[in-house]
Design a protein around this ligand. Sequence first.
Ligand SMILES: [Zn+2]
Ligand SMILES: [Zn+2]
Length: 199
Amino acid sequence: MQRRNCKVDSKWFCYVCKSYMIRKTGKVITNVIRNAYFYYFGFSVSNTHKPWVPKLFCNAYSTISYKWSRGKKVCFSFSLPMLWREPKNHVDYCYFCLMNVVSLNAKKLAKYKYPEVSSVSKPVPHASNDPLPICPGTSANFMETCSSSPTNSGSDFNMDETYLVSQSELNDLVRNLNLSKQKSELLASRIQEWKYLDT
Ligand SMILES: [Zn+2]
Ligand SMILES: [Zn+2]
């Protein structure tokens, strides 16, 4: 038995977090959201033209996508988003057809157990020691905090390589800072202690 349309339209679900949008206030997946998704999770938003894939982001994650794109310290609460696959049938494989939304209100929705079906992979929560991705180009410490970023691969920046200061660079620095002989010697000995001076 094949149904042409799902019992509940896929457009009332959030693409990234799986939630049913009870107030029907989803946000269109703009280029900003699309890019944020790509850089955050490492793969693209896809198949949104298919009937079995939601086409909107919920309000909350739309806002987070925009903020994250601007370098704000916000994050998705999962390291892998909801993944959608074509259901084999609409009787026991379809996420949307197994939803029972008739008597749902916001309070019930908060505790609602979404269908467990093989046509979807539910979001995987962040492990507490997972580094949170930082949007490329928005933060200077991006390399330190996000080792698995998709933009990292083309870079030849190497965190393990220590930059050693040459004696002439140190002399320049001392001159620029207008340091006294005593202070410049202190600076040199400290740098040497920290093993940053190329001797
Ligand atoms: Zn269905
Ligand atoms: Zn959502």
